[in-house]
Design a protein around this ligand. Structure first.
Ligand SMILES: *Cc1c(COP(=O)(O)O)cnc(C)c1O
Length: 423
């Protein structure tokens, strides 16, 4: 067995150490040595095998092709950034003027470019603030406006978002008290009016972003709640800044503020299509109270996020929006073309209709007509562990590769990945 230091002296591995660090290279060498010890490699092949096993980056996160049909998939990193939003964080990665005015040579407001882009996109907002995610936005609002006070909220809006994350628990963790009103299916204006009083910090409306209640239901719109004499805060979830005609029931910041909400909170990495962040938009006085609270410092976002978010806001439609607007007939043609090429290679593949969803807390129960390549389920594992990994979904005893969330230029990669998984 060649000694580790001898293998590490291979010029290719020395060069790799400069890119990947010693630990990553040593791991690749150790793996190759193990395979040699198991008799799967000859000792002379150890260095070559270690070179072949080197990862492209020192970070282990791998790019995945999302063919689940879920546009915003939390397990797969939610919204993919647009090409226009990928370069700015790289440019900002070194030293940058994130908090410095180069012309005047003095300290400047952090993230001023993003804040400007936000109020331009939503003129109904007097001011904006950006934090780590929407959960952080809610914690900040609850702490700054309702610590030791009450948050009035409908029992129909005590939502669990996913993975055990419950909005009521999050709110209570700040020291605010919940004043629950109404019932699971029906809450009226009178319920709110009775509960609002001296101790009220604000009324909170939470968008039920991952479920629907149907039948004998009733809720109170933001516009009706504005006469109660306390701030009305709306958690929109999905992050639409303006109306999206394809999702008529999904609330957006401009309409909600226009209806009289004092503050809205939202995620930046759902339908907005940007990096993980939480947005606060609304009345200047309330936004400033949040932004100046000591807790704001613990929730602030880094320069990479600010760069990606600003570029998402100012740039072209991000991939999530393009996927949302994709034409079903085009998706069908793409699925047929891929299935044809795979069939020609002897793979049991056919194009089938499919239903995609927005996912990640947006537009529950709104099916998006889509198309998929249907394959035997035994291809699921090799596709997931291939390069690049492809993740589909199992349905009706078949593996479906849904094209809705995949840009057209990736179709060749998909075909190659399937051929690789078969071979
Ligand atoms: C997704 C969602 C959240 C949580 O947002 P994060 O950005 O993941 O922290 C909160 N509220 C609603 C209504 C949501 O849909």
């Amino acid at each position: 067995m060649p000694r580790t230091d001898v293998v590490l002296a291979d010029p290719r591995l020395v060069a790799a150490e400069g890119r990947l660090g010693r630990g990553v290279v040593k791991d690749a060498v150790a793996q190759a040595q193990l395979r040699a010890r198991q008799g799967r490699l000859s000792p002379e092949e150890v260095a070559d095998a270690a070179v072949a096993a080197l990862p492209p980056y020192a970070a282990s996160l791998r790019p995945v092709i999302n063919m689940t049909g879920v546009l915003v998939h939390t397990n797969l990193g939610r919204a993919p950034l647009s090409a226009a939003a990928t370069a700015p964080p790289v440019a900002a990665a070194g030293c940058t003027d994130v908090e410095f005015d180069l012309a005047a040579g003095v300290r400047a407001r952090r993230g001023r470019g993003v804040l400007d882009a936000l109020v331009r996109a939503v003129p109904a907002a007097e001011a904006a603030h950006v934090v780590n995610n929407n959960a952080a936005a809610l914690v900040l609002v609850a702490t700054a406006l309702a610590a030791d006070r009450e948050i009035v909220i409908s029992r129909g809006e005590l939502v669990e978002i996913g993975d055990g994350f419950r909005i009521p628990d999050l709110l209570v963790s700040t020291g605010a008290r919940l004043r629950e009103v109404g019932t699971t299916n029906r809450t009226s204006y009178a319920d709110y009016a009775e509960a609002v009083g001296e101790r009220t910090g604000f009324v909170l409306k939470v968008h039920p972003s991952n479920f629907r209640i149907e039948g004998f239901t009733g809720s109170v719109e933001v516009a009706e709640l504005t006469g109660l004499g306390v701030p009305v805060v709306a958690d929109l979830g999905s992050g639409l800044l303006t109306r999206e005609p394809l999702l008529p029931e999904e609330p957006d910041a401009a309409t909600t503020l226009g209806a009289g909400a004092d503050l809205v909170t939202a995620s930046a990495d759902k339908l907005l299509g940007g990096p993980q962040a939480g947005l606060l938009l609304g009345r200047r006085e309330l936004v400033e109270r949040c932004a100046r609270h000591p807790l704001a410092r613990a929730l602030r976002v880094d320069k990479l996020t600010l760069a990606a978010l600003e570029a998402t806001l100012r740039g072209p439609a991000p991939p999530v929006r393009q996927a949302l607007r994709a034409d079903p007939a085009t998706l069908r043609e793409r699925a047929e073309a891929i299935a044809r090429r795979l069939s020609e290679a002897g793979v049991d593949a056919r194009a089938v209709p499919s239903e995609a969803t927005v996912g990640g807390g947006g537009a529950p129960g709104v099916p998006l007509r889509s198309a998929a390549v249907s394959l035997p389920t035994l291809l699921a594992a090799p596709l997931r562990t291939g390069d690049p990994p492809v993740v589909g979904r199992i349905e009706g005893g078949r593996l479906l590769l849904d094209l809705r969330a995949v840009p057209g230029e990736r179709d060749g990669d998909v075909t190659r990945a399937v051929l690789g998984a078969v071979g």
